[in-house]
Design a binder for this molecule. Sequence first.
Ligand code: UDX
Length: 460
Amino acid sequence: MRLTVIGTGYLGAVHAACMAEIGHEVLGVDVDAEKIALLADGRTPFYEPRLQELLTRNVGSGQLRFTTSLREAAVFGEVHFICVGTPQRQDSPAADLRHVDAVVDGLAPHLRGSCLIVGKSTVPAGTTSRLAARVRALAPEDTDAEVAWNPEFLREGFAVEDTLRPDRLVAGVTSARADEVLRRVYAPMLDAEVPYISTDPATAELVKVAANSFLATKISFINAMAEVCDAAGGDVTTLADALGHDTRIGRRFLSAGLGFGGGCLPKDIRAFMARAEELGVGPAVSFLHQVDEINARQRRRTVDIAREMTGGDLAGRRVAVLGAAFKPDSDDVRDSPALAVAAAVHREGAEVRLHDPQAMENARAVLPQLEYAPDVDKACEDADLVLHLTEWIDYRRIDPARLAQLTPARRILDARNALDHPLWRAAGWTVRALGRPQPPAVPSQHTATQFAPVYSADLG
Ligand code: UDX
């Protein structure tokens, strides 16, 4: 089939490459000429595992092409996927639908024959029917264009895998024909394993925001428990393991720490609350205010613990920050909890040296006032405190005994609860985390020499 994918950000670029990979002829469209030139050259504009491989193969074979012209897209496609961003508005928590509207306005007048416009972006309930009216008003009279919604559930870092092997496909359609067209698009990856849920557009739109609200709630729930654990002397990771064994609850998304960020969860729950207000059911989802507030608390709590660990004042302290991306395997720093903490610590007068395996360039664009270190050693050299803020596998592989030689203060705050704390403590580090009990303040000499005999002399 001939498909267009309009918007080539994290969602669209991956969708375009995956649709080409499963055998469709795909035209990717974006207003950003620089990005289109890069993609047309088979190069990915951001870091996402496996995307480069798919682009090389499908751009090389001619299966995937790119353009900045919506007119060309309108003429080319039988199905048009809208994958543009729906960020939070500047003046309110609601979703900004300007990009979605601009796509419809640019595409509709050039449509011809019969086609299907399929929204994938996360939008407020009711958007599909509003856009359908807009298409009817703008498309030439002899055009038969329908609008459907097919939300995308991909996670950054696993975007290719999630797109090619989705947990489920949800189609919000208003006709059997639209349903049939979408099933044909996805036929190459549809088997008995992938549930295909055909429903009305409003339900489809809601599935996406409901899923993200649930995930955000799960994270804030466990972070609230972490704070209670800190007060009661409990251990939130053991608590989460024990809860997770209940199959009704499940262990995934119960990792306590710095909380959620990124381009989706934070803005989606806020837009959902705003839309619910408009629909007159604001009180039904008011708990999401708490979810958002608990999430913000984790950032403040992390800075508080950092301050405590440096003797009550961060001013003039050298702080190494490990991680800038909002989560590992991504270079995305949108609403990154790691960057929020790095900025707050810097505001309190600390000298911040930051490292991230992929997101340094994006971080520097947002926070040019920080220092950027080319590797972990340079970031941690002589640091009064190390903050572990994004749980990249590289950081879990650090040898704490080796790093201790560069960082005599040996203080680390593991705000992602991802490091092997006994190992770090055995190497002489003071380790703090959110929701984890601290061992007795003065470890016995016996324990220290038993676990770290090699370096004890170097550390003085
Ligand atoms: C999310 C949804 O998972 C995805 O289905 C949707 O399509 C887009 O939004 P994404 O933003 O890529 O995906 O990241 P996700 O893996 O969900 O993580 C979101 C945030 O939650 C990250 O900052 C992550 O660090 C945090 N998180 C996740 C936790 O703090 N604890 C957890 O247990 C899980």
